[in-house]
Write a protein that binds this ligand. Structure first.
Ligand SMILES: [Zn+2]
Length: 170
């Protein structure tokens, strides 16, 4: 390292403490000058690195964090709810870590994971209607009423046929 090459390389990317610098760069309170001084890099290099290279580093870091969340061990005997709970626990611990680091990108990701777990739990427990609409024609009251109407119309075959035709196919 340190040997000058024809194409100018990013001093920060080439730095042995790149990971640490990236973490510090993610916090907007740290100025380019301050970071440059700590790591012995020109402030302009820090600025360029922040603008051009940091987003990519953040995406990679976030992908790695997400992979960790997904890599939760799920023994076979567990129910879907157990698996969701395990995922939730893991996502919460990731949330704790990234929140402390003020890593907002990953905080949002962890929150999304947690929200996903809550939604899955609600779906499992039948608290969310998948179609987002209430199907009245599947309601017990409607079925009783429908049977009563059809029975009542038995003396009037034409009306009965018309009603049957108008009813939604079940
Ligand atoms: Zn760089």
């Amino acid at each position: 390292m340190g040997i000058a090459v024809a194409t100018p390389r990013c001093q920060v990317c080439a730095h042995s403490k790149l990971g640490e610098i990236n973490r510090i760069c993610m916090d907007k309170k740290n100025t380019n000058g301050a970071i440059g001084q700590i790591f012995g890099v020109h402030y302009k290099s820090v600025s360029r690195h922040r603008n051009e290279h940091l987003p990519k580093a953040m995406v990679e870091y976030a992908t790695q964090q997400a992979a960790e969340v997904l890599a939760v061990e799920t023994p076979e005997a567990e129910t879907p709810q157990d698996q969701i709970n395990a995922l939730m626990t893991k996502a919460r611990s990731v949330l704790d870590k990234v929140e402390k680091k003020k890593d907002y990108t990953n905080t949002i990701r962890a929150l999304r994971e947690i929200r996903g777990c809550i939604e899955l739990t609600a779906k499992l427990n039948g608290q969310i209607d998948q179609g987002a609409t209430i199907n009245i024609f599947a309601a017990p009251t409607w079925i009783v009423l429908q049977t009563a109407i059809i029975t009542a119309l038995e003396p009037f075959p034409e009306a009965r046929a018309a009603v049957l035709k108008a009813l939604p196919a079940s």
